[in-house]
Design a protein around this ligand. Structure first.
Ligand SMILES: Cc1ncc(COP(=O)(O)O)c(C=O)c1O
Length: 508
C-alpha cells in the first residue's frame, strides 16, 4: 500500500497543475492505449488488494455456488448455513458499531417485520386485484407519511398531498426528478437543470445521469447549509426544480427550506425537499422542543418530498415514500402503456412487479410504532447524539461540522481524519468517510442508544485520535486511498477505481 500511496501521491502532485477538463480528456484517450490500460489496471488491482482480501475473508467458510446445484439443497441444511452467516454478520450492527444502516434492530421489532413478511411473501402490488391488501397498505403508508409532513395542516381548498411507495430514497428521488423533467418537457424545456447544494445526496447525480438532467451545484455556507444566494444566481430558464435537504447526508444539516422555497416561488419552479433521513425524525424532534425550522409541505413552494420509511420509519429495507403537492406532477411519474399486446399496463414506480411483503411490513412498522413510539425513539436518538456531539467536541483536535441534531460529522485540523476512520475500523466501528472537506460521520440510530454504546464510541474515538496523531506508524487500510480519492484531479481514474470495486463485489 505504501508504494501505491507514494505513486498516487506523486501522480497527484504532478497533475495538480493541469486543468481538470484537459485531464479528463487525456485520461479518456490515454486509457485506450493498451500499455497505459494494462498499467492502470495493475494500479487499480494494487489499490484494491486489501479490499479484495477483506471480501474474500468475509466469505470464507460459506458454501459457494457458481452454478445451480444439480439437486436442490434441503431446506434445513440451507437454513442452518444461512443462520450461521446471519449470526456472524449480526453482532456488529446489533451492538451499535455501525453508522446508520440499521435504524431500529430490536429483536422484537425485527421479529414482527419478519412475521409480516412471511404472511405476505407472495404479494405483488402490480396485481392489485389479487392482493388488494397491498394497495391498501401502500395508500395508508403514503397517507400516514404525508400527514406527518404537513399535509393535514394545509389551508382549506389546497390540493391533497399524494404519492407512492418506492424501493428506497434513491428511487423516490429518481422519480420526483423524472416527473419534473417530463412536466418541464411538456412546456418546451429540453435541456433541464436542477439546482442543488453540493451536499444533496448522490441520488440527484444518478437522477441527472439517468434522465438527461444537468445537476448544478452550489456550495454550502459555514454552517453546512445551502447557500441560497448562490442558488438564486444559478436559476435559468432551464431550471426545472430546486432541491433542499432536511437534513443532508454528509453533515446532517438542514438547508433553509423557507428561503429556498421563496426562490422557487419567485421563478415558478418546483422544490423537492429530500427528507429521506429526516422525514420520520424532524416532526418528532420539533414536538420534543428541538429547534426544527419549517421544512415540509407547510412551506408554500414545496412541491415534492422524499421520506424513507426504511430508515427512521423503522421498516425493513426496501421502502420509501415520494410525495407530491399536486396530482398533475405526480401523473408525470406514472408509466402507462395503452397499446402493448400484453394488455393495458400501468405502473407507478420504476419496477414492474414489486415486493408487496415489504409494503405490508412497512405498514406494520408504522402502525406498531405509532406516534408515541416515534416520539420516544426520537428522544433517545437526539439525547444520545447530543452526548456524542459534546464528547467529540471535547477531544482535542476534532471539530464537529455545522450544528447537526443526529448525523454528527467531524474533521481534524492537524492530522489525517481517515487514519481515525481506519483506527475506528480496527475497533469494529463502521463509520462513514466523507470528503470535501475530509471528515467522518456517525449517523446515530436506536442502536447507539443502548446502554454503554455512546461511551464506548467516545473512548474508542479518543484512542483512535491518539493513534492517528502518531505518524511514526505508517498509514494502512483505506486511509491513503480515501485521502487521495478525495483530491486526485483525474476524477475518471477515481470513477474507474470505484467500478473495479463494484466488480469485486460480484466476483464469485
Ligand atoms: C438525505 C438522503 N437522501 C437520499 C438517500 C438515499 O437513500 P437510499 O440509500 O435509501 O436510496 C440517503 C441515504 O442515506 C440520504 O441520507
Amino acid at each position: 500500500m505504501a508504494t501505491v500511496e507514494a505513486r498516487l501521491e506523486r501522480l497527484n502532485r504532478a497533475l495538480g497543475a493541469v486543468s481538470p477538463r484537459l485531464l479528463a480528456w487525456m485520461y479518456r484517450h490515454a486509457q485506450r492505449l493498451p500499455l497505459v490500460n494494462r498499467r492502470l489496471e495493475r494500479v487499480y488491482a494494487e489499490v484494491l488488494a486489501d479490499a479484495a482480501a477483506e471480501i474474500g475473508q468475509a466469505r470464507a467458510g460459506a458454501t459457494s455456488h457458481v452454478r445451480l446445484p444439480e439437486h436442490g439443497v434441503a431446506s434445513e441444511t440451507l437454513l442452518a448455513e444461512m443462520r450461521e452467516v446471519a449470526a456472524r454478520e449480526q453482532g456488529r450492527w446489533r451492538d451499535g458499531y455501525v453508522s446508520g444502516a440499521v435504524y431500529h434492530g430490536d429483536a422484537e421489532h425485527v421479529e414482527l417485520l419478519t412475521r409480516v413478511y412471511a404472511l405476505h411473501s407472495q404479494s405483488n402490488p402490480l396485481h392489485s386485484d389479487v392482493w388488494p391488501s397491498a394497495s391498501k397498505y401502500e395508500a395508508e403508508i403514503v397517507s400516514m407519511t404525508a400527514d406527518l409532513l404537513g399535509a393535514s395542516a394545509l389551508p382549506p381548498g389546497a390540493e391533497r398531498v399524494r404519492g407512492t411507495v418506492t424501493s428506497g430514497g434513491t428511487e423516490s428521488i429518481l422519480l420526483a426528478m423524472k416527473a419534473y423533467r417530463d412536466q418541464a418537457r411538456a412546456r418546451g424545456v429540453l435541456a433541464p437543470e436542477i439546482v442543488t447544494a453540493e451536499t444533496a445526496h448522490a441520488a440527484f447525480d444518478k437522477a441527472a445521469e439517468y434522465f438527461g438532467i444537468r445537476r448544478v451545484n452550489v456550495p454550502v455556507d459555514a454552517s453546512c447549509r445551502a447557500d441560497v444566494a448562490a442558488m438564486r444566481a444559478r436559476v435559468t430558464k432551464n431550471t426545472i426544480a430546486l432541491v433542499a435537504s432536511a437534513p443532508a447526508y454528509p453533515h446532517g444539516c438542514i438547508d433553509p427550506v423557507e428561503e429556498i422555497a421563496a426562490v422557487a416561488r419567485e421563478h415558478h419552479i418546483g422544490l423537492h425537499v429530500d427528507a429521506c433521513l429526516g422525514g420520520f425524525v424532524l416532526p418528532f424532534a420539533r414536538e420534543l422542543g428541538y429547534p426544527v425550522p419549517a421544512f415540509d409541505f407547510r412551506v408554500p413552494g414545496v412541491t415534492t418530498m422524499s421520506a424513507d420509511t426504511h430508515k427512521y420509519g423503522y421498516a425493513a429495507k426496501g421502502t420509501s415514500v415520494v410525495l407530491y403537492a399536486n396530482a398533475e406532477l405526480l401523473h408525470h411519474q406514472y408509466f402507462v402503456a395503452t397499446d402493448w399486446p400484453g394488455g393495458l399496463y400501468f405502473s407507478p414506480t420504476l419496477s414492474g412487479s414489486r415486493p408487496g411483503a415489504l409494503s405490508a411490513a412497512c405498514w406494520a412498522a408504522l402502525v406498531h410504532t405509532g406516534r408515541a413510539g416515534y416520539l420516544e425513539a426520537t428522544r433517545k436518538i437526539l439525547e444520545t447524539a447530543a452526548r456524542i456531539k459534546a464528547g467529540i467536541a471535547r477531544i482535542p483536535g476534532l471539530r464537529v461540522l455545522g450544528d447537526p441534531l443526529w448525523v454528527v460529522a467531524f474533521a481534524a485540523d492537524d492530522f489525517d481524519i481517515y487514519r481515525v476512520l481506519d483506527a475506528m475500523g480496527r475497533r469494529r466501528w463502521s463509520l462513514n468517510g466523507l470528503h470535501r472537506p475530509p471528515c467522518v460521520h456517525l449517523c446515530v440510530t436506536l442502536r447507539q442508544t443502548e446502554p454503554g454504546v455512546a461511551e464506548r464510541f467516545l473512548a474508542d474515538l479518543e484512542q483512535s485520535v491518539a493513534e492517528a496523531r502518531d505518524t511514526s506508524r505508517s498509514a494502512s487500510g483505506l486511509a491513503p486511498v480515501y485521502g487521495l480519492a478525495g483530491t486526485l484531479p483525474v476524477r475518471g481514474a477515481v470513477a474507474d477505481l470505484l467500478r473495479r470495486y463494484v466488480d469485486l463485489l460480484y466476483k464469485t
